[in-house]
Design a binder for this molecule. Structure first.
Ligand SMILES: Nc1ncnc2c1ncn2[C@@H]1O[C@H](COP(=O)(O)OP(=O)(O)OP(=O)(O)O)[C@@H](O)[C@H]1O
Length: 546
């Protein structure tokens, strides 16, 4: 076989004189090589002229306007990128270009770096009214708020409250004042973000009770929406405590009672007037139960609603149970109360104002998109002063400055997954706390861990274990036994991680690591409340720890 032409083609050695047989083939190859060289030169020429043209264009643009300098830079960058691409093509993909000379559309675009769009916070959120989150050395006594009725002050003292917490002495007067203006000055909505256990509940209960106490005809004028049944019962109790000095009526819709029972507490049919009359002034409800009543309770009307309180607002917004807000708005719109009507003087003077929305949470989202779903009217934002500048931020929810109360001592323990139950047993046994709340991440684990703990603490005095199961009957019984102090260890999921307030709770243990910083904050915040000391311990599996 004559390998010489091939040898020549791949650049090895001096060409030898061609033999007769291979003469035709070798001349054909040479023609091909010459053509390749010609194409290459053509391509280089094209690139050069293109570059030249672009440079000229750039110079012209620079002369024409200085303000377009950004554009020019971008083009230069594109140009250099193009050059790199061209070089690459010439070096590595020479054959490809020569053969095809294709331009891949959008290729350049996909290689460009995508610039990150910075979130733009609305003005009201960027400029909050800052409140101290410190619950020690309180200075404002319950007598220091002249706007507050004497009866309410007396009631506070009777309940052992002598001083207001910071959130209370800032938000209560503000709310009372906002409702005292003439009807054309619609009350602005309020967002309050304060740490766990800082007394947010009283900050909305007291102004509502005071504002409604002189009403003549009962109508539902305040609606409080909370995420879970236990929290609804808790807030209901606080209202009950403060309305006994008035003739207001508060109803709790949470599923704790039968649907028919709840209906009978809400409305009654008047044979004299031949219409339904409201029996309640204030309704505390879970989102799901609210939708049920909106759809199935005849005469249930929120047309006189003045206050819409959303406690644990970020959770309620996140889990729009049964689209409760949609159903509520549809109900309100039916009496000509649009979310945000055009703001003309006439409009504001003659139209019934929309309910004032009050949002409360320890981790209120600062994601404008999420808040937009609520259609807030000229909101005011109360946030707490955070001492630690390096506080965690929950990117997923847009919650910033996550801090736990100062009175809370926080620990974490690294342990092997197989040893976790023993660690838990040891901690509870040695800690000897009166009450312990144990958090896990799933309902199945609640049950299995409760069984295990019961087995471990068999024969131990003052160590009785209960669990917050999914079965309603058991759930109520176990929860009540823990609240009343009959059992002192409660295993639960994050269902009880928010809002739950138990004065004698000393320790919170996260048996499973919380899945997000704000989840941790709410769990840990069940202890160390209202200026009391508390402990939060997290068991971290060694694998995660590493
Ligand atoms: N001024 C006060 N003085 C003493 N105790 C108070 C005062 N205000 C509220 N408390 C008590 O503080 C505890 C926590 O209050 P509350 O449940 O309102 O906190 P929170 O801010 O809503 O917490 P979370 O964010 O966890 O729901 C309650 O037991 C309440 O009775």
């Amino acid at each position: 076989m004559n390998v010489h032409p091939l040898f020549c083609r791949y650049g090895g050695g001096d060409p030898k004189p061609e033999t007769d047989k291979s003469a035709a083939k070798s001349s054909h190859l040479q023609r091909l090589l010459a053509k390749i060289e010609e194409n290459k030169q053509k391509l280089e020429g094209l690139v050069k002229t293109k570059k030249k043209k672009e440079e000229e264009k750039l110079e012209k643009e620079q002369e024409q306007s200085k303000s377009s300098s950004k554009k020019v830079k971008k083009r230069k960058r594109d140009q250099t990128e193009q050059e790199v691409q061209d070089n690459n093509a010439q070096n590595g993909g020479e054959e490809k270009d020569i053969a095809g000379q294709f331009t891949v559309l959008g290729d350049n675009f996909s290689k460009q770096k995508k610039t990150k769009v910075a979130a733009v916070l609305p003005y009201w959120m960027k400029n909050p009214s800052i409140i101290s989150g410190f619950l020690k050395n309180l200075t404002v006594t319950v007598h220091d708020l002249p706007q507050l009725d004497k009866d309410i002050v007396k009631k506070l003292e009777k309940n052992g409250i002598t001083h207001f917490f910071p959130v209370q002495h800032e938000v209560i007067p503000w709310l009372l004042e906002s409702q005292s203006k003439p009807p054309q000055f619609w009350a602005r909505d309020v967002c309050v973000c304060m740490p766990t256990g800082s007394g947010k509940t009283l900050a909305f209960v007291l102004p509502i009770v005071q504002a409604l106490r002189n009403r003549f005809i009962p109508h539902i004028r305040a609606l409080v929406v909370v995420p879970i049944k236990e929290l609804a019962t808790q807030v209901h109790k606080v209202f009950l405590d403060y309305i006994d000095i008035t003739d207001l009526r508060v109803v709790c819709l949470s599923g704790a009672e039968s649907f028919e029972n709840e209906q009978s507490q809400l409305v009654r049919y008047s044979e004299v007037d031949k219409k339904f009359c409201s029996c309640a002034d204030i309704v505390v409800t879970t989102a799901g139960r609210l939708v049920d009543h909106l759809q199935a309770t005849p005469g249930f009307s929120l047309h006189h609603l003045k206050y819409l309180v959303i406690d644990e607002a970020d959770r309620v917004i996140e889990r729009m149970h049964n689209d409760w807000l949609y159903h509520l708005e549809r109900h309100l719109i039916s009496v000509d109360m649009r979310k945000v009507p055009p703001l003309t003087v006439r409009e504001m003077a003659y139209r019934q104002p929309p309910p004032q929305k009050l949002l409360f949470s320890a981790t209120l989202t600062s994601d404008p998109e999420k808040l937009q779903t609520l259609g807030l009217f000229r909101p005011t934002y109360f946030a707490y002063e955070s001492k630690n500048s390096e506080n965690a931020t929950d990117e997923s929810s847009g919650v910033k400055n996550l801090t736990t109360p100062d009175e809370l001592s926080e620990y974490w323990v690294a342990c092997d997954i197989a040893m976790k139950p023993l660690y838990l047993y040891h901690l509870i046994k040695e800690g000897d706390w009166k009450t312990v709340l144990v958090f896990v991440n799933s309902l199945e684990k609640v049950h299995s861990l409760a069984i295990l703990l019961r087995f471990m603490f068999q024969g131990h005095k003052n160590k009785s274990v209960s669990e917050l199961s999914s079965i309603s009957k058991h759930r109520d019984r176990c929860f009540n036994s823990f609240v009343s102090g009959h059992s002192n260890i409660l295993v639960t999921t994050d269902a009880l991680g928010r809002g739950f307030d138990l004065a004698h709770l000393e320790c919170v243990i996260s048996y499973d690591c919380p899945l997000a910083p704000r989840v941790y904050l709410h769990r840990a915040g069940r202890a160390g409340r209202a200026g009391r000391e508390g402990i939060a311990i997290t068991l971290v599996e060694t694998v995660r720890h590493l």
